[in-house]
Design a protein around this ligand. Sequence first.
Ligand SMILES: [Zn+2]
Length: 331
Amino acid sequence: MHGHGPGDPDPRLPTSPSGRTPRWVLDEAAGLPVAADPWRAPGPPPRRRRGAGLRGLLAVVLVVAGSLGAAFLTGAVPWPWDRPVVVEPPSALAPDRSATTPAAAPTDRPTPGAGASAFPRGSVPAAPAGGGAHAFSLFQADGVTPVAYDPCRVVHYAVRPDGAPEGGEELVHAAFARIAEVTGLVVVHDGPTDEVPATDREAFQPERYGDRWAPVLVAWQTEADEPDLAGDIVGRGGSVAVSLGEGPRVYVTGTVSLDAEQFPGILDSRDGEATAAGIVLHEVAHLVGLDHVDDESQLLYPETVPGVTDFAAGDLTGLARLGQGPCVPEL
Ligand SMILES: [Zn+2]
């Protein structure tokens, strides 16, 4: 029988010093500085690595949650995920078989344009008229256009069921359905996967997933699996941006990691289902390119806030923008 009074801390949960409802830190970006005014402080455009501007190079950037992504943006840390790949230029001396023989397929990425339609697949909903605080994780070379998923393609996701709490999979599907609704991106569940999440996860895994970018991987992990989930941190989400030569960056896949050890306790707490749903939604918003804001009324605040379990006006404004990225058929 439940006997908690309105002010009683739930004994199954850690008690905050104030005795108030505990807040969970959403991911590793929490506690680090967040631009107070994302409109005026979008950050410098990403610094190009030497050689990254050469035509035919595929540059890969991994963006995870907030501040780590910002560090990657400014080149402050190495980019272990960079995998520049030379694309063979057509030879002027080769016999002209271009009408009948397609160019050799690249081996580091899918056949160009795989799954791409000529037009955006969904329709972007109108953003709230008043706008609101929002921030983006990564920008194009112009420093103002956010990097986004390609709206001419379907965003696929697969769920690793291991370690999921009861009701966990439903939370994931609900979050992806909501993100589709507010971005206009078309999102499809591919089913379960046995892929183990890895920091250096390959964006293209033809043996496992065929000739396409790997689907977004959603996994339940422990602190031992994923040190980023240490302490109060309950999730992380981020995507891999790729670009070809001078072309625009586009997210092609990503990972959402949810804390297998803490979710059962969250789900059991007062308003736990709504809180848990909000956490998954927050991480999926990171996945599609939203960064944290220093505004407690938005879901992209770095900690859970009682009563804030769905997107608010600022979040929705940013997400509508993220549904309007460029179509990049060459990738
Ligand atoms: Zn976050």
